[in-house]
Design a protein around this ligand. Structure first.
Ligand code: F3S
Length: 281
């Protein structure tokens, strides 16, 4: 069986940086360490950190209960309110917000301060979008499908700034922006889709169009993995979504002559390696 592993599979720069900062804190810091939300969408990594004493907190209320320790902000970033509470509580903060996400926070803050309505193309309940919304001073709308644009009725002279969730699909973003444009608002578009995602998606599409079977590895809550899966499934009927090597169905793979492997941004290298080794057996 011929196996092709995508070069862009696995941790992106921002996730690697966030994970590294937690392990660095573990080494250098003897006090209690928290992460605001799971550091990445990967159960194995989160479990490992949990065994090492790292606690995940999810809410402002929980944060307000903490009297001492270090809080690591993950690559998704958080709302401004979280920074304010950290300061009030005088907690040490390690900010591992991905610089590409931080850039979006700065854009929406500036543009909303200039009176613009902010339109985020992304998934409303995703933590990254939650964080971005928390930097807007004024009106913010989250859109991820055409029907929502049809219902959109902003005043005629509205000035809006459109940004995107970093992991949003490139083509869908362009498509949705064009539909918004037809509404005649005065819009500024900043394509904030991260290049790492785009490169990973393009490579996955290319590989999946040539192989008999495609394996997409990633956490079940990872939206970028779900998108990778959709792209591959479009090209290759035999596309399998697995979290770890345990989910592999070797029986299904046996008849295939060539297999491609890609993985979402939160998948550690060792998991990709395990899957590849198992396929080779
Ligand atoms: Fe950052 Fe892009 Fe990764 S925004 S967290 S490098 S997917």
């Amino acid at each position: 069986m011929e196996i092709t592993v995508a070069k862009s599979a696995g941790f992106c720069f921002g996730v690697q940086r966030a994970v590294d900062s937690v392990y660095k804190e573990l080494e250098e810091n003897s006090g209690k360490i928290y992460t605001f939300g799971p550091i990445i969408h990967n159960e194995q990594v989160v479990e490992d950190l949990n065994k090492k004493g790292i606690e995940v907190i999810d809410t402002v209320e929980q944060l307000k209960e903490i009297k001492e320790g270090t809080v690591v902000i993950r690559s998704h970033g958080v709302a401004k309110e979280i920074y304010d509470v950290l300061e009030q509580q005088k907690l040490k903060m390690v900010d591992a917000t991905c610089p590409f996400v931080k850039k979006i926070h700065n854009i929406v803050l500036d543009e909303s301060n200039n009176g613009k309505t902010i339109i985020i193309i992304g998934n409303d309940n995703h933590p990254e979008v939650e964080g971005i919304k928390g930097w807007v001073n004024g009106e913010v709308i989250v859109i991820n499908k055409e029907e929502q644009i049809e219902k959109l009725s902003l005043p005629e002279q509205t000035k809006a700034c459109i940004v995107s969730q970093t992991t949003f699909n490139h083509n869908k973003f362009k498509y949705l922006v064009e539909i918004i444009r037809k509404k005649g608002y005065d819009i500024t578009v900043v394509n904030t889709i991260c290049n790492a995602t785009h490169v990973r998606q393009v490579e996955a599409q290319k590989i999946s169009s040539k192989v008999d079977g495609m394996i997409v590895i990633g956490g079940k809550n990872s939206s970028n993995t779900q998108k990778l899966y959709d792209i591959c499934r479009n090209e290759c009927e035999n596309t399998f979504y697995v979290q770890t090597v345990k989910d592999l169905n070797l029986h299904e793979l046996k008849s295939l002559k060539s297999i491609g492997i890609t993985a979402g941004a939160s998948t550690p290298k060792n998991i990709i390696e395990e899957v590849r080794t198992e396929c080779q057996k």
